[in-house]
Design a protein around this ligand. Sequence first.
Ligand SMILES: [Zn+2]
Length: 267
Amino acid sequence: MTDWWSPWGQVLAAILVLASIHPATTAVVRWGDGRAVRRPWRPRCLTDDHDLAWGDVVPVVSWIRLGRTCRTCGVAIPWALPVVELAVVVVVGGVVVVHPGPVLVLLAPVAWSVVVATPIDLAHMIIPNRLTLPLAGWSLAAVTGLALTVGTWVDWRRAVLVGLAVPAVMLAMSLLFELVRGEPGMGMGDVKWAPSLGMAVGWLGADVALVFVYTTVVAAGVVAIVLLATGRAASARVPYGPYLAVGAVTALLVGGDLPGLGGLALA
Ligand SMILES: [Zn+2]
């Protein structure tokens, strides 16, 4: 562990994780509705009509204390919001704990994007360009910065290769699906998100990238089997983002040594 990861580094990381909670819920609501997020650091009602007191945006606590409605305008605050708040702590906080150090400039924004993109994709079947495009640019800059400082160009090449391969495979599968079924298989939001996920897991190692691909495919397969078994496969529209999210969170938190992977692969 490097020297900069002193108690101060840990305190700073904890503050940044907590500070990213309100922007996450704001982004889920606004981007989901196709609206922009302006000044995400300012506490704002989810209707975007008025500001809030800082005491009204304490994660989870405020939601319970306010009786799940806004104090000022009375709008109902969906249960998904405190879930997103907790998910930031678990997923982004988890990544900070598992991967302390400079690599967080790459991994923390990607982890944050998982928490934001998943509920948007589940609710609206989109992953907004407002998230995926800046994140892709940031991730490429981050792997380049890491290669110049703490990493190597071998790491950079692996990260960029995985970052290109994952969306390429998804695009190919989507085109194949379209050819067979005659309807679009995949929203392009997933494909535009994939380079960032690929660069993050690719930077960590080929084994981590493999765990990402494996758990993504298994998650998709399990849901497909459930849909087939319940006879809903033909009608159900399932977004692909959540599978990528399962794969990314597993790879980022568990790493390349997935317990039971050998057993699963044999089964
Ligand atoms: Zn309000």
